[in-house]
Design a protein around this ligand. Sequence first.
Ligand code: ZN
Length: 108
Amino acid sequence: MKILKGDTVKILIGKDKGREGLVVKAMPKKDKIVVQGMNLYKKCIKPSQGKPGSIITKERAMTVSKAAVICPNCKKAIRVAYQIDKAGEKFRICRKCKSMLNSPVVKK
Ligand SMILES: [Zn+2]
């Protein structure tokens, strides 16, 4: 998966299209990410044991293909490329400016 926790992404599709946010959770097995403040939904908490009910807003996971990583160097929504160094570590780099994206490093 090309988007990881800690990345800043731009939303490409849907009601949050064009907005930017921080990836707070990445789920590689499901190809999904949770982006701070994006794809919100309201959840009703039922009253229980003397506590009043309430409505909270939560982020719903979205498919990674709905978002693009923003390069910290060129500040644009970019395509991620991979580069492997001499030690065999795999890095994500910006396809435009070739700068390395922020950690975490993707292990082989
Ligand atoms: Zn770049």
